[in-house]
Ligand binder design. Structure first.
Ligand SMILES: [Zn+2]
Length: 394
C-alpha cells in the first residue's frame, strides 16, 4: 500500500489552490494575442479574455484551458484577433502535456478525460473508468434537476505519477509544502488534477500481465482502509467536473461551504463493488463522524462563520489547519441536510451562484443575505432544524 495513504487519512483534507487579482471593473471579450515577460522568459499566448481589470491586468483563458493572470507590468504587447477563439483539440493538449512532463509519460484517453501518466496502463484505466462514472452521474443528477449543463470546453486533464516521490517533486511547484500531506488536488488555474498511483501498481508492472494488475488494483482500492483515499480522488474530480460543465465558474467567489460541501457530498465511494464509486448522496460516514465529534465544541455562531467564508477569501475556517477538518464536516452536513430537506430551494440558490463573475469578491454580509433570501431570515431557527435533522442521520 502506498505510504501517503495513511498521511492523508489523518489529514482528511483536500485543497484547492488559486491566485487572486484586485477588484475587476471592466470586461472584454474576443480572441486575443498577448506577449508577456515572466521570470525573464517571453511567453506568447492566444486566448479568450475573461476579465480586464481596472489597472490593465488581464485574466486570459488560453487554448489549453489554463487561466493566466497577467499583471500590467508583464505585458509586452496585446492585440485582438479577428478570428474566433478556438480551444486546442485533444491531440494538441496531449502533445503539450507530454512536452511539459518528464520523460516516460503517456496519454490514456477516455470520452471526457486525458489521463497523462507514467504508471501502469491498468491504473490509468481504473482512474478513467472512475472519472467517467462520476462524470455521468454528476451530469445526470443535475439534468434531472433542470440544470442546463454543457459538455466541457476542454478535455479534463489528470496527471498521474507512478509514485508519491515523483508526485511531490512536481506538486511542490504548485502547492508548496502541502504536497507531502495531500494525495491529489485540482488546480483552478491550470484546470488539471494531479495525483499519484495509490495502488503502487507501477511496481507490480509486469509486461503482458494487464489483467492481474487490474484485479490487484481493484482489490487494493476496495479495502476499507482505502475509503478516504478513493474519496479524495473523487472529491477532486467533482471539483473539476463542476467547474467545466457550467455548474460553477472558475475563480468566482462562491461560498466555501458550497464548494467543499458539494464535493464532499459527492465523494462517498462504494467500495463493495470494486470499481470505487457508484452513487451520489450516500451518507458520508467519515464526515458524519467528524460532524458529531465537532458538535461538543460547536459554538452558537458556527453556522454563521461557515456561511461567511468565500472562495476568494485568504482566511477563514477552511484555511486554518486546526479548524479545517471541522469546517469540511459541517459543510458536508449542511449540504446533506439541504439536499435531503430543501432540494428545490438549494437548487435555486446554486443556480444563482452559477451566474457570478470571476474574481469579483463578495462580503461576508452579502453571502449571509443571499443565504437568508434562499432559506429564510431566521438563521437560529434554521440552525435548530438542521441540527435536529442531523441527529437522526445514520
Ligand atoms: Zn475540495
Amino acid at each position: 500500500m502506498a505510504k501517503g495513504m495513511s498521511d492523508n487519512l489523518q489529514a482528511g483534507l483536500t485543497a484547492c489552490f488559486l491566485l487572486l487579482i484586485p477588484l475587476v471593473t471592466s470586461q472584454a471579450l474576443g480572441a486575443e494575442r498577448v506577449k508577456l515577460l515572466r521570470d525573464g522568459k517571453e511567453i506568447n499566448l492566444t486566448g479568450r479574455l475573461e476579465i480586464k481589470a481596472a489597472d490593465g491586468g488581464l485574466l486570459l483563458l488560453a487554448q489549453d484551458g489554463v487561466l493566466w493572470n497577467i499583471e500590467p507590468a508583464e505585458q509586452v504587447s496585446h492585440t485582438s484577433d479577428a478570428e474566433d477563439f478556438t480551444p486546442y483539440d485533444r491531440e494538441q493538449i496531449g502533445t503539450e502535456l507530454l512536452a511539459e512532463l518528464p520523460e516516460g509519460f503517456e496519454v490514456h484517453s477516455t470520452a471526457h478525460y486525458l489521463i497523462c501518466h507514467n504508471t501502469s496502463k491498468a491504473y490509468a484505466q481504473w482512474c478513467g473508468a472512475l472519472f467517467e462514472r462520476l462524470y455521468l452521474a454528476f451530469n445526470n443528477y443535475w439534468k434531472r434537476n433542470d440544470f442546463n449543463l454543457h459538455e466541457p470546453e476542454f478535455p479534463l486533464v489528470a496527471i498521474v505519477f507512478a509514485d508519491q516521490q515523483q508526485y511531490v517533486a512536481h506538486a511542490e511547484k504548485e502547492v508548496g509544502a502541502a504536497a507531502k500531506s495531500i494525495i491529489g488536488y485540482y488546480n483552478l488555474q491550470t484546470n488539471r488534477m494531479t495525483m499519484y498511483d495509490l495502488s503502487g501498481s507501477a511496481s507490480l508492472r509486469q509486461p503482458g500481465d494487464r489483467r492481474s494488475n487490474a484485479a490487484q488494483i481493484n482489490q487494493l482500492l476496495s479495502r476499507p482502509e482505502a475509503e478516504r483515499t478513493v474519496a479524495t480522488i473523487i472529491h477532486e474530480a467533482t471539483h473539476q467536473i463542476a467547474y467545466n460543465c457550467g455548474f460553477q465558474t472558475r475563480l468566482t467567489d462562491v461560498p466555501m461551504w458550497v464548494n467543499e460541501g458539494l464535493a464532499s457530498y459527492f465523494e462517498s465511494p462504494d467500495l463493495g463493488r470494486g470499481k470505487g464509486w457508484r452513487t451520489i448522496g450516500a451518507v458520508n460516514h467519515f464526515r458524519l463522524e467528524g460532524f458529531r465529534d465537532y458538535l461538543s465544541r460547536r459554538g452558537s455562531r458556527s453556522l454563521e462563520s461557515l456561511l461567511a467564508e468565500g472562495l476568494l477569501a485568504d482566511k477563514g475556517r477552511f484555511r486554518d489547519s486546526r479548524q479545517a477538518a471541522d469546517a469540511y464536516s459541517e459543510a458536508w452536513a449542511l449540504n446533506y441536510y439541504l439536499f435531503q430537506k430543501h432540494a428545490k430551494k438549494y437548487h435555486a440558490y446554486l443556480a444563482g451562484l452559477s451566474k457570478k463573475r470571476p474574481l469579483v469578491q463578495d462580503t461576508a454580509d452579502e453571502r449571509l443575505l443571499e443565504f437568508k433570501q434562499a432559506f429564510g431570515p431566521d438563521l437560529q431557527e434554521f440552525d435548530q432544524q438542521f441540527l435536529r435533522y442531523m441527529e437522526r442521520v445514520e
